[in-house]
Design a protein around this ligand. Structure first.
Ligand code: ZN
Length: 291
């Protein structure tokens, strides 16, 4: 599943290739990929045709392309979605769902923007007046790489919550874009166990987790993003390779690079958490309140 760095890589690719181009044709090959556009695929195509992509933006793992009309094309890659920039004569991908024919710009030839999605948890929609921020995304918090991220507000919210810090990191209304992989990596770097309750952490602990999240996500960005899922490739079809740099995620039974203890895996919300039992001691049980 693409995490924030991968989605940011895609955003940059779209910014480099799609801006200033007119949508000349829209072909929806599978209606499920535009299911969130309730008026249906024909309406989706009609509203986008003739518009020009003005920018490429992101909030958490959502991408949107503001249009010259003030509306936006909104997308989420889901588990396996890809946005590929392809020559117009490239053969159709096996799981091609939506094809946009984009006009020439600045002497560069026509291209296709293709939404390819094997499992179809992702999707595209048309967001009226969504250029600045689609209404669909208003509830999603900024991500830690966003210059306008509210750090003090985040620390306050964490310290008011009795949830485990990992669960808080995965809550998109508090902080967005930190998925399962980067949460584990950030917590390892900050030496904090994911089950430690927010209201038992000091401000300095929370700030350390935040700094660690920024560190691992920035490192991933520099390397093109993590790729666990062979399905994931960036906007030009190039796979990320950050997985080689992961310290704990996917490394059960391997020695921690800091202390040599063996990395452990436990199940967590239908997925897994990986951590070093020595660097990240589990919290002691909360003392029962006297009756
Ligand atoms: Zn360790």
């Amino acid at each position: 599943m693409p995490e924030l760095p991968e989605v940011e890589v895609v955003r940059r690719g779209l910014a480099a290739h799609a801006l200033g181009r007119e949508v000349e044709a829209v072909e929806v090959l599978h209606p499920r990929s535009v299911r969130r556009h309730l008026p249906g695929p024909e309406d989706f195509a009609a509203r986008l045709t003739g518009r020009v992509f003005a920018a490429a933006r992101r909030r958490g793992k959502y991408l949107w392309l503001p249009l010259d009309s003030g509306d936006a094309l909104l997308g989420h890659l889901g588990m396996s979605g890809q946005l590929l920039v392809q020559p117009v004569d490239a053969p159709a991908e096996r799981h091609l769902r939506v094809r946009f024919g984009l006009g020439p710009v600045d002497g560069r030839p026509r291209i296709d923007l293709r939404f390819v999605d094997q499992r179809m948890f992702g999707g595209l929609s048309f967001s009226p007046a969504g250029a600045d921020l689609p209404a669909e995304l208003a509830h999603i918090a900024r991500d830690p790489l966003d210059p306008d991220f509210d750090e003090a507000g985040f620390v306050r919210r964490v310290r008011r919550s009795a949830s485990g810090i990992k669960r808080i990191l995965l809550n998109q209304t508090t902080i967005s874009g930190v998925g399962n992989i980067y949460a584990d990596e950030a917590l390892w770097l900050a030496r904090i166990h994911g089950d430690r309750p927010g209201d038992r952490l000091r401000s300095a602990d929370v700030e350390r987790v935040l700094t660690a999240a920024r560190t691992v996500m920035s490192a991933a960005l520099g390397q093109g993003g993590t790729s666990f899922d062979a399905l994931y490739v960036d906007v030009n079809g190039e796979s990320g390779y950050f997985d080689r740099s992961l310290e704990v995620y996917g490394r059960e039974g391997e020695p921690c690079s800091r202390c040599g203890s063996l990395v452990r895996r436990v199940s967590f919300m239908n997925r897994s958490s990986f951590f070093c039992p020595t660097c990240q001691p589990a919290p002691r049980a909360r003392r029962a309140t006297p009756a």
